[in-house]
Design a protein around this ligand. Structure first.
Ligand code: RP5
Length: 166
């Protein structure tokens, strides 16, 4: 069963989205990654949502740039949580996609993350936390990985402090 579906508006978004798949893999979460566009392939987008939902998909992650309507189009078709990753694909630096993704009408929310790779990473973490509500083994794994991040910072701080003690 696929737990998380990741949609990109274009193959040109892929490099920025791969940090999302890396984290899902580390956490042992099953996912599918594909390209579909709110504007260029609206029927394909709708069918993907319907089919994946039937197969048990729990969270949809949508990455898109420019007038980024992909996450909103998916949110219109499902009540599963939809997470949006705004992609920087123009001279507006991703602000265009951020505003397009975040400003949803009431009742059709998109949980909007940061622009590009940082948003892709946090989309994976947030999807994991949503799934962990019903999965205590996954919750433990998330906690372990957080502890690891804490330890890494503490170790780095120790090394820096040892080196720069005046
Ligand atoms: C958006 O337009 C895509 O998500 C992409 O970020 C941007 C440019 O798409 P391409 O012209 O590279 O296909 O729909």
């Amino acid at each position: 069963m696929i737990q998380v579906a990741i949609f990109m508006g274009s193959i040109s978004d892929k490099d920025k989205v791969l940090s999302c798949t890396e984290i899902l893999e580390k956490l042992g979460i099953s996912y599918t990654l594909t390209v579909t566009s709110a504007h260029r392939t609206p029927q394909r987008t709708q069918k993907l949502v319907e089919d994946l939902e039937k197969d048990g998909c729990q969270v949809f992650i949508c990455a898109a740039g420019l007038a980024a309507h992909l996450a909103g189009a998916v949110a219109a078709k499902t009540i599963k949580p939809v997470l949006g990753i705004p992609i920087n694909a123009s001279s507006l630096g991703g602000a265009d996609a951020l505003f397009s993704t975040v400003q949803m009408p009431p009742g059709f929310p998109v949980g909007t993350l940061g622009i590009d790779k940082i948003g892709a990473k946090n989309a994976a973490w947030l999807a994991a936390q949503i799934l962990a509500l019903q999965d205590s083994a996954l919750a433990d794994k998330i906690s372990q990985m957080r502890n690891q991040m804490t330890q890494e910072i503490e170790e780095t701080a120790k090394q820096l402090e040892a080196h720069y003690q005046g």
